[in-house]
Design a protein around this ligand. Structure first.
Ligand code: C2E
Ligand code: MG
Ligand code: MG
Length: 571
């Protein structure tokens, strides 16, 4: 009792009786309750009580059953509402005690007989009633919460997929009836896996929560934002008239989600991709519309260069092909004629000579045409196919290098990209060794390009793999340098040979002074650590000149040559 009493400090009490003497009596006792201040409002008839009850937030109501109209009141819904909202204590006489018990079954908290009333009884009844009512409320809140949880996503608090589908169905019914249009936006975070991989799933979860927080204000109150699955979110836009309306919404979302996310002292950039489907033109049913939105999103992910993509009739076919990518990718390896390698020269601009070539994987998909490696390598990483694909690439590039050697081109390395998952394989170094032996290529003619994220994890393991590779004469290049999250201090200890300055810095270096400064810093650092440095993605003469000025003569990019089949390479 004490514990309960501790919690009751202020009570708003409604006292409903037509008898002034009773009112006085109950008031006195209520005012003497220890540790509790009762704010009492008295009403002498039901109409008054009703007004007060529904305009004030009442904790406890004392109801005199002798009041005229009491039975009528409790036989209608309004009376029952009383019980739902508030702890009601009935004041009865022996004549209506049975009725009081019946009302308890309907939800009244307690009753007492007026003749028996004394302060202790009233105090006890009051505490019990408030406490029981609170428990009921908690129970109701718990049920409410349970209902909430089944409709919402536990991580982000957004409506979940089921709720999304329900709302979409409702929206479609409405739209069909009133000739309105509805747009479904499916939002995916491209390469979200990379974030999970680099920083752990806990970090990834928090990024998703931030994504949800940023999404909510991008749509209006009558629209829905939901989490559909892992890194996929959905929006239902109910007041769109033209495709431009949906495009604007998509742009707004992209704008919000592309702003850097700062978490745990890290800065993360997201790459959102959005698919848009319209009702009724792209489907009149919820499932169809969602499927088409997804297809458009996949298309934006895989092929499109833009961040959002409208659904097109032909898309499902290709989207299905993409969703079946695992199967087709495995098939591509077996069929052997869909995967191929293009080579891009690395030039020493001072001498004009080709100092190396980079092997870049291409997949000539039977339906989709050329699929870029950035689009299928993450999938191959997910399902493990990257290992056989990577070995195929390495073997093919080594054989090609061997062929060039036979043709008399002796003095350059062929560079092969290695994905993090491939690099983490325990037998990676061993497999490289076997492939070199198989193809009879000296390690001195091979360079492996690894990304920064490959070296930040499992430092010990990476260290010994790199040492093994270098003992075979292989060069190690750190690809996309500057975009990852590597601790610069690691570089000092890691056995690497080359830093490849990422093309994002090169792209803006002639207009953005900070990018030029970053390049200058990387060149200086490489010099200090006695590493070679090469700039990627050089597209213009201005960039070339600026790089020369910064003392970075090794370059690679469309300005000199695009990646081409081996036979087209000119040394
Ligand atoms: P990367 O290793 O950084 O390769 C450079 C990418 O930039 C290539 O794209 C290349 O075609 C492109 N590029 C070259 N010069 C320019 C330029 O001047 N301007 C622009 N805008 N782009 C230029 P690609 O071939 O689409 O490859 C993308 C990424 O896919 C590669 O980035 C690499 O990380 C990965 N990749 C490619 N082949 C393989 C492979 O065999 N194995 C693995 N694991 N990853 C690969
Ligand atoms: Mg590369
Ligand atoms: Mg690169």
């Amino acid at each position: 009792m004490l514990a309960v009493r501790d919690e009751i400090t202020n009570l708003v009490v409604l006292l409903i009786t037509a008898k002034p003497a009773w009112e006085k009596r109950v008031r006195e006792i209520l005012n003497s309750v220890p540790d509790t201040r009762c704010e009492i409002t008295a009403c002498s008839n039901i109409a008054q009580a009703r007004d007060v009850f529904f305009s004030l937030s009442i904790d406890l109501a004392f109801f005199d059953l002798d009041l005229s109209g009491a039975r009528d009141f409790f036989s209608c819904d309004e009376g029952r509402d009383f019980f739902d909202h508030t702890a009601v204590i009935l004041m009865a006489t022996q004549e209506n005690e049975t009725y009081a018990r019946q009302l308890m079954q309907l939800g009244a908290q307690d009753y007492f007989l007026k003749d028996e009333l004394d302060a202790r009884l009233l105090h006890r009844v009051l505490y019990n009633a408030v406490e029981r009512h609170r428990m009921l409320l908690e129970l109701r809140t718990a049920r409410h919460r349970e209902r909430y949880l089944t409709a919402h996503d536990a991580l982000t608090g957004l409506p979940n997929r089921e709720t999304f589908n329900e709302r979409l169905k409702e929206g479609l019914e409405f739209a069909n009836r009133y000739w309105r249009r509805i747009a479904v936006l499916v939002i995916g975070i491209h390469r979200f896996r990379k974030i999970n991989d680099s920083f752990g799933p806990g970090f990834g979860d928090r990024v998703l929560q931030m994504v949800a927080m940023r999404l909510i204000p991008t749509v209006s109150a009558q629209d829905t934002v939901a989490r559909l699955s892992g890194d996929e979110f959905g929006c239902i836009l109910t007041s769109v008239q033209h495709p431009q309306d949906a495009a604007r919404a998509a742009q707004k979302i992209i704008h919000e989600l592309s702003k850097p996310i700062h978490l745990d002292g890290r800065e993360v950039f997201l790459n959102p991709k959005i698919g848009i489907a319209f009702a009724p033109s792209d489907g009149r049913e919820a499932e169809v519309l969602l499927r088409n939105g997804l297809a458009a999103m996949h298309s934006a992910r895989m092929i499109g260069r833009s961040h959002y993509q409208f659904y097109m009739g032909s898309m499902n076919e290709s989207a299905m092909a993409l969703l079946d990518l695992e199967i087709s990718l495995a098939g591509a390896l077996e069929r052997g004629n869909e995967l191929m390698i293009h080579y891009q020269p690395k030039i020493n601009v001072k001498t004009g000579s080709v100092q190396g070539v980079e092997a870049l994987l291409r997949w000539n998909h039977p339906k989709l045409g050329i699929v870029r490696p950035t689009n299928f390598i993450p999938i191959a990483e997910d399902n493990g196919l990257i290992v056989p694909i990577g070995e195929w690439t390495l073997r093919t590039a080594c054989l090609q290098r061997k062929q060039w050697e036979r043709e008399g081109y002796t003095d350059f390395r062929v560079a092969v990209n290695v994905s993090p998952r491939q690099f983490r394989e325990a037998r990676f170094a061993q497999r490289v060794k076997e492939i070199l032996e198989e193809t009879d290529l000296p390690g001195e003619l091979l360079e492996l390009e690894i990304t920064e994220s490959s070296i930040v994890e499992d430092v010990e393991g990476v260290f010994s793999t790199l040492r093994l590779l270098r003992s075979m004469g292989i060069h190690i290049a750190v690809d996309d340098f500057g975009t990852g999250y590597s601790a610069l201090s690691l570089l000092k200890h890691f056995p690497v040979d080359v830093l490849k300055i990422d093309q994002t810095f090169v792209r803006d270096m002639t207009t953005d002074a900070s990018d030029a400064s970053i390049i200058r810093a990387i060149v200086a650092m490489a010099d200090g650590l006695q590493l070679a440095v090469i700039a990627e993605g050089v597209e213009t003469a201005a960039q070339r000149d600026a790089l020369l000025e910064l003392d970075c003569p090794m370059m690679q990019g469309y300005f000199f040559a695009r990646p081409v089949p081996a036979v087209e390479i000119k040394f």
